[in-house]
Design a protein. Structure first.
Ligand code: DP6
Length: 362
């Protein structure tokens, strides 16, 4: 069992040099969903995701000696070069929660600049990209100050662990192409504490898969993912969910290894329906789907039936639709999106994305 708490990670305050660290980290799309958590951000079931490419956060962390004797974490946070109080408070709370792991964070001064490749108002979940980018910066900072994370595998594992503490799904963004988070017999070394890379197991057809994100609504969600996870605690169907998801995980991994797109698509869509079904069965129930979401789903089914092209959808905890399909069908699918689906999108917006190679230090 890993224990990253380390009271020895302290600096000699007047010896800290100033420096700057920068990471770009992508979002990810869950194929098997993490929905329900316990303890300190631990998942009630294993999940697997594709790492994305075009939807990412870039984070710059500037550090230097602390000029004040204010106790605790001293951090300034700018989002798209502007001060943003709610985000700054969230980051300060997150860094404070990491003090048992990184006690040196109270000995230095930090300025964090963060920006997304997609508009914040696009209504797409950005916490995975944002928290993974920040966690990677923190691990680079540890390595710079103490030289303790030179091993790539250990670096990734710790970055994934720290990202998880910021937002569960963020722990999967650390890895190229695909990642599994949560203990499962199906994946060696899998853990509830951090994600493990799984991209090397993908059949080549999936390594170049597309995920085009249709922005159905840019409005802030009525119920956040964090609140949604909480509602799973009293959901009368949660036990059934945790039982069925194990079998789905097994089938999904088999499909991803074998290149079985039909099985992949079947499980993918069942997961999207299950996630939103669980929301509708929560107490109180809620609905994040919008009329446009339903219209797109119907159109996708019709397109698949008539054209015999494997185009499948999934949803995260919101109304936007992710369309997944193999690279060899990109012309015809993208024409279909432009001609038939953009009319359901808010201001015709969508983000063409695909499976990506994971974070990059800049
Ligand atoms: C539906 O990771 O956003 O996208 O851990 O509370 O930050 P917190 O929640 P978050 O939940 C993501 C839920 C999901 C499914 C998934 O990504 O696996």
């Amino acid at each position: 069992m890993v224990d990253y708490n380390n009271p020895n990670l302290l600096v000699t305050p007047n010896k800290v040099r100033s420096g700057k660290i920068e990471w770009r980290s992508p979002s990810n799309i869950a194929l098997i969903k993490y929905w329900g958590k316990y303890g300190q951000q631990l998942p009630c079931n294993p999940s697997i995701s594709f790492t994305l490419d075009a939807a990412y956060t870039e984070t710059t962390l500037e550090y230097g000696p602390k000029m004040t004797d204010k106790p605790g974490v001293s951090v300034d946070f700018l989002f798209h070069n502007q001060h943003n109080k709610p985000f700054a408070d969230k980051i300060e709370r997150y860094l404070t929660s990491l003090l048992p792991i990184y006690p040196f964070l109270s000995q230095i001064e930090l300025t964090i600049f963060s920006s997304n490749s997609f508009p914040h108002s696009a209504g797409i979940a950005s916490s995975a990209a944002a928290m993974s980018a920040l966690a990677l910066c923190l691990c680079s900072l540890e390595d710079e100050l103490f030289g303790t994370l030179s091993d790539d595998k250990q670096f990734d594992q710790k970055a994934s662990y720290l990202a998880r503490l910021g937002s569960g799904s963020a722990c999967r963004s650390i890895y190229s192409k695909a990642a599994i988070w949560g203990e499962t017999q199906e994946a060696q070394e899998s853990s509830d504490l951090y994600a493990v890379g799984w991209g090397h197991h993908l059949h080549p057809i999936f390594a170049t898969f597309h995920d085009d994100i249709l922005i159905i609504s840019k409005e802030e969600k009525g119920v956040s993912s964090t609140a949604g996870h909480k509602l799973m605690d009293d959901n009368p169907y949660s036990e059934t969910r945790y039982m069925t998801v194990q079998g789905r995980m097994k089938q999904m991994l088999a499909a991803l290894k074998a290149g079985d797109i039909e099985l992949f698509g079947d499980i993918l869509e069942k997961e999207a329906y299950s996630l939103h079904g669980l929301m509708m069965l929560s107490n109180p129930p809620y609905l994040l789907l919008r009329p446009g979401t339903v219209s797109v789903i119907e159109k996708v089914h019709e397109f698949r039936r008539t054209n015999k092209i494997p185009l499948y959808f999934t949803l995260d905890a919101g109304p936007n639709v992710h369309l997944l399909y193999p690279d060899l069908h990109k012309e015809v699918v993208q024409a279909f999106i432009k001609n038939e689906l953009l009319r359901y999108c808010s201001e015709g917006s969508y983000i063409p994305d695909k499976v990506g190679n994971g974070p990059k230090q800049l």
